[in-house]
Design a protein around this ligand. Structure first.
Ligand code: ZN
Length: 277
């Protein structure tokens, strides 16, 4: 009941967001689109491969309602590089926030996005999400897109395939439980991708997304420096990287209060990638 209402509300919000996205049907992605992979493109993992996974602890916890059954993820084409930007049609830009959600900083960022009626992407870490489920529910309620940023934020290039799978799959599980659906995007910590990460992401139905403009806010360069990097890097199709956790992010919180109205006044449409249906 409550959960059903939650999902209905979420769908309505998403439908509204899609309509609001300038009515531009067609792929948002600049580099290759989101067409499903042909059967030859992606090796199909059989049921045995799935059974080999350790069950996620979160799946063993009772849910507070009866949500829809977990759908098998749609397999995607395996990319060799992450997506760096979107199509610039409609002067679209995307704001992304990594490493959260954080109870101190993320709510302020959500407040600012709500103030300007703007949607953004949050690439969350599982270990943060599990402690801050209510923030994922709020992101769902307010139409934001949540992506997978692994469980513990490791350097994936130092891990074996099984460990990478665990990092990604557990995170998708907690996102599904707290946000309401499995993520369709993932981002490697430190932007360090390898072939296994691309393959596993595609297997789990997630597109790899990097960024165009790095605010380097994690170095705490000062609010003005972050604002300047966003404003000087602004261009159609740009994906902006910021952080809402992983350290003191008060500069990032203050910066978005300045650059967001500037971007809107400059005619940019801050949006999220169109969902696959
Ligand atoms: Zn990160």
């Amino acid at each position: 009941m409550q959960k059903d209402q939650f999902f209905t509300r979420r769908r309505m919000l998403l439908a509204g967001a899609a309509l609001g996205a300038a009515g531009t049907a067609g792929a948002v992605l600049a580099s290759g689109g989101t067409e499903p992979a042909g059967p030859a493109a992606v090796p199909v993992a059989g049921p045995q491969a799935r059974q080999a996974l350790a069950p996620s602890a979160f799946r063993l916890q009772p849910l507070t309602g009866h949500g829809p059954p977990r759908a098998a993820p749609r397999r995607l084409k395996v990319r060799r590089e992450p997506i760096l930007r979107l199509s610039g049609r409609g002067r679209r830009m995307v704001l992304t926030f990594d490493d959260g959600p954080h109870p101190e900083y993320t709510p302020h960022i959500l407040d600012t996005l709500a103030k300007y009626d703007v949607r953004a992407m949050f690439f969350v870490c599982g270990e943060m999400a599990v402690a801050n489920r209510e923030l994922l529910a709020r992101m769902a309620d307010e139409g934001h897109v949540v992506g997978n940023h692994t469980w513990t934020h490791p350097l994936l290039t130092t891990l074996g395939r099984r460990a990478i799978r665990s990092e990604m799959e557990r995170t998708s599980d907690i996102i599904e439980d707290a946000y309401g659906e499995r993520p369709q995007w993932f981002r490697a910590p430190y932007g360090a991708w390898n072939r296994a990460a691309f393959q596993l992401g595609a297997e789990m139905g997630m597109e790899p997304m990097a960024w165009t403009v790095d605010t380097t806010d994690w170095t705490e360069p000062g609010t003005a420096a972050i604002v300047d990097r966003v404003e000087s890097g602004a261009a159609p199709g740009v994906v902006v990287l910021s952080h809402d956790a992983g350290g003191d992010r008060s500069q990032s919180v203050r910066a978005i209060r300045e650059y967001l109205p500037y971007l809107i006044d400059s005619g940019y449409h801050l949006t999220v990638p169109r969902r696959r249906l």
